[in-house]
Design a protein around this ligand. Structure first.
Ligand code: AKG
Ligand code: FE2
Length: 349
């Protein structure tokens, strides 16, 4: 299989060349609120949810479910604690990611993605000549179900990467199942209703992001504004370097980080299934002049053969159906993404 010819951002930096035009936005800010990418922003308080309380039938449990509902209907993102994944494991995933990206180029290129496939190591996918490129290198792997893993893209070095990713995936699966059920509860639906539509062959896809330092954080973005195509996304953000921002009512806010909580944001699939009650937030990543930033995002993506639509219990005369039934394909997602558009537009009635 042919590998795409590309220079990763790390290679651009190592070559010490002038910042290539292809990464530059020509106007500062992006029209949305007219705020420069790296200006000082108000911090959004992301509500912390105790996962271990969500299934308790006590008053405390019901309160936690209400808290989840209110946080997701306003900000579309929460930080989850008591999720059953140890701090040691989370730190290990982060450290191994850092170590992978610190390897020599030749070593990382062994896992380079092939043309037409998103799995593997590489830079931003280039779909058109006028696309402004994201300042991020990434390793993208399908981690679940096991029979969809492509192990040739799973790094052998740093030692322990594969085992740790496997362990992290197993632990995340438990969180994902509970979170789907909690979302259903928060909307007074039967526990399995989202899980069933999401499907038995739903995937978990983990993206390891590395944003190298950038001399023009005012003109270059780590990730352009986008919403995730997933039902929801589990994120380990960098504990030390900020960069993630969310758009709300035309204004950008920087995300507050609580170390060792897992951040979970709603994705397009859940926006459709919940008939627009839980919105998929637009977010972006800005850069730092001196420091690199690492993050690990796991997308919970629906079975590609399943039609996604608003679940029965959330459509009524008072709340008419907002979205058609659609299949969410990777190709449509990236086409829209690179044009700075949201694939969910295609589902609107
Ligand atoms: O790096 C981050 O904090 C966010 C990553 C993200 O939004 C993504 O990978 O879709
Ligand atoms: Fe994202």
């Amino acid at each position: 299989m042919a590998k795409p010819k590309f220079k990763t951002v790390q290679e651009v930096v190592a070559a010490g060349e002038r910042l290539p035009e292809r990464y530059l936005y020509t106007s500062t800010g992006d029209g949305e609120g007219g705020q420069p990418f790296n200006g000082s922003l108000q911090e959004m308080e992301i509500t912390s949810i105790d996962l271990s309380l969500l299934f308790s039938s006590s008053d405390v449990g019901r309160e936690e479910v209400n808290k989840l509902h209110s946080a997701l209907s306003t900000w579309s993102v929460v930080q989850v604690m008591n999720h059953g994944i140890t701090e040691t494991l989370l730190d290990k995933v982060y450290e191994l990611t850092k170590q992978f990206f610190a390897l020599p180029t030749e070593e990382k290129q062994k896992y380079a993605r092939e043309i037409g496939s998103s799995q593997g190591y590489g830079n931003d996918m280039i779909l058109s000549d006028d696309q402004v490129l994201d300042w991020v290198d990434r390793l993208y792997l399908i981690t679940s179900p096991e029979n969809q893993r492509k192990l040739k893209f799973w790094p052998n070095i740093p030692i322990g990467f594969r085992e740790t990713l496997n362990e992290y995936t197993m632990k995340q699966q438990l969180v994902v199942e509970q979170f789907f059920k909690a979302l259903a509860r928060s909307l007074e639906l039967e526990d399995n209703c989202f899980l069933e539509m999401h499907g038995k062959n739903a995937t978990m896809e983990t993206r390891f992001n590395m944003y190298p330092p950038c001399l023009r954080p005012d003109k270059v973005l780590g990730l352009k504004p986008h919403s995730d195509g997933s039902a929801f996304t589990l994120l380990i953000p960098d504990k030390n370097v900020e960069g993630l921002q969310f758009l709300k009512d035309g204004k950008w806010y920087k995300a507050s980080i609580i170390p060792h909580n897992i951040m979970i944001n709603v994705g397009d699939t859940m926006e459709i299934m919940s008939n627009g009650i839980y919105k998929s937030p637009v977010h972006r990543v800005v850069l730092n002049r001196e420091k690199e930033r690492i993050s690990v995002a796991t997308f919970c993506n629906a079975d590609k053969d399943n039609e996604i639509q608003p679940v029965y219990g959330l459509v009524s005369e008072a709340r008419p159906r907002l979205y058609k039934a659609i299949k969410i394909s990777e190709k449509t997602y990236f086409d829209y993404y690179q044009q700075g558009r949201r694939p969910i537009e295609a589902a609107l009635i």
